[in-house]
Design a protein around this ligand. Structure first.
Ligand code: PLP
Length: 293
C-alpha cells in the first residue's frame, strides 16, 4: 500500500500486466523467481522496496544482484521500485541505510522507479531511470501521453536535481533534507525563542496556553522510514477538552498553522517549521492565547 491508499499490485494490473506472486511474505528466495520464470510468461521481474513498513523475525529476501543474474540468464528485465529515491548516502542525514537509485542501476537493474517528491525533495513526479532500451520502451507506451509531466514539474525537478551536484549544498537548500538534518539542540533553542516571543506580547499568554517545550520524535518522509525516529523539540500546548477548537483556531490563522494532537495536548514539531516561519508561529500562538485567556 502506498500513499493515499493505492496498492502496487492494483496499479500493476491496471496497466494490463498480470502479477505472478512468488515466495511468501517473510521469505522469498531466488529459486521462487526461477520457478515462475521457468513456468513461462514472465515479462519482467519487479522488486518493490518496502518503503513504509518493516518485517522482522525470520525473514529472507532475494537481493537485487541475484534477480539481475536470474533475469540476465533468462532475458527478463528487472524493475526496481525504490519509492523514496534518496539521492545521497543516508548516513550523511543520520538515517538508517536506504538503497539509492544509483546503487540499483550499478547492481544491474534495467529500470529504477522512484518518486520526485519524497526524499529527493522535488516536485511530485515519478522518475524512471535505467537502460536506454527500457526507458525508450516506457516512453513509447501510449499511456505516457496521459502521464507525461508538464514543464513546471520538469523545471522544478531539474532545479532540485542540479543541487545534488554538491551534496553539501543539497542538504542546505532542499527543505526536506534541511529539516531532516537539523540538529536537535538548534530546534530546542528555536522552540524556546518562539515561546519567549509569545510571552513578550503580554504577561500570561504563555500560561494561558499551558505552553512548554518538550522532547519529541520526528518521523521521516511521511512514513517512508518506518523505523527511523529522529529526536526533535516541539512546542506543546495544554488544550484539554478544547483541543479541536484550538486546532481550528490555529488553522484559521493567516497563514494557517497545523498542529499535531495527542489527546488534550497539541504539538508543533520545530523540525517541520522553517526558521523563517518561527515568527508566524509566534504570532499565531499569541493570537490563540489572546482569544482563550
Ligand atoms: C511512494 C511510493 C511510490 C509512488 O511514488 P509517487 O510519489 O506517487 O511517485 C511507488 N512505490 C513505492 C515503493 C513508494 O514508496
Amino acid at each position: 500500500m502506498i500513499g493515499g491508499g493505492f496498492r502496487i499490485p492494483e496499479v500493476v494490473e491496471a496497466a494490463g500486466a498480470r502479477l505472478v506472486t512468488v515466495g511468501t511474505t517473510n521469505r522469498t528466495r531466488p529459486a521462487d523467481y526461477a520457478r515462475a520464470i521457468e513456468r513461462g510468461d514472465v515479462a519482467a521481474i519487479l522488486k518493490v522496496h518496502r518503503s513504509n513498513f518493516s518485517i522482522s523475525g525470520f525473514t529472507e529476501e532475494t537481493k537485487l544482484a541475484e534477480l539481475v543474474e536470474l533475469g540476465g540468464a533468462h532475458g527478463v528485465p528487472v524493475i526496481h521500485d525504490l519509492g523514496s529515491g534518496l539521492l545521497m548516502d543516508s548516513a550523511a542525514l543520520g538515517l538508517p541505510y536506504e538503497p539509492t537509485p544509483a546503487e540499483s542501476i550499478a547492481a544491474g537493474a534495467d529500470l529504477v522507479a522512484f518518486s520526485g517528491d519524497k526524499l529527493v525533495g522535488g516536485p511530485q513526479a515519478g522518475v524512471l531511470a535505467g537502460t536506454r532500451k527500457c526507458v525508450a520502451r516506457a516512453r513509447g507506451h501510449p499511456l505516457c501521453r496521459a502521464l507525461r509531466s508538464d514543464k513546471v514539474t520538469l523545471a522544478g525537478l531539474e532545479a532540485t536535481l542540479s543541487l545534488y551536484r554538491d551534496p553539501e549544498r543539497a542538504r542546505e537548500r532542499i527543505p526536506a533534507l534541511r529539516m531532516i538534518g537539523t540538529p536537535h539542540g538548534r530546534l530546542e533553542r528555536r522552540a524556546e525563542a518562539v515561546l519567549a516571543a509569545v510571552g513578550s506580547r503580554g504577561a500570561g499568554l504563555r500560561r494561558a496556553l499551558r505552553a512548554e517545550v518538550v522532547a519529541t520524535d520526528s518521523l521521516v518522509g511521511g512514513g517512508t522510514f518506518p523505523d527511523a525516529r529522529i529526536p526533535s523539540a516541539a512546542i506543546s500546548l495544554g488544550a484539554g477538552d478544547k483541543a479541536e477548537e484550538w486546532l481550528a483556531r490555529l488553522r484559521a490563522h493567516k497563514p494557517p498553522v497545523v498542529a499535531r494532537r495527542r489527546r488534550g495536548r497539541l504539538f508543533l514539531d520545530l523540525r517541520t517549521i522553517a526558521p523563517e516561519e518561527d515568527s508566524v508561529v509566534a504570532a499565531a500562538l499569541a493570537a490563540l492565547a489572546a482569544s482563550v485567556s
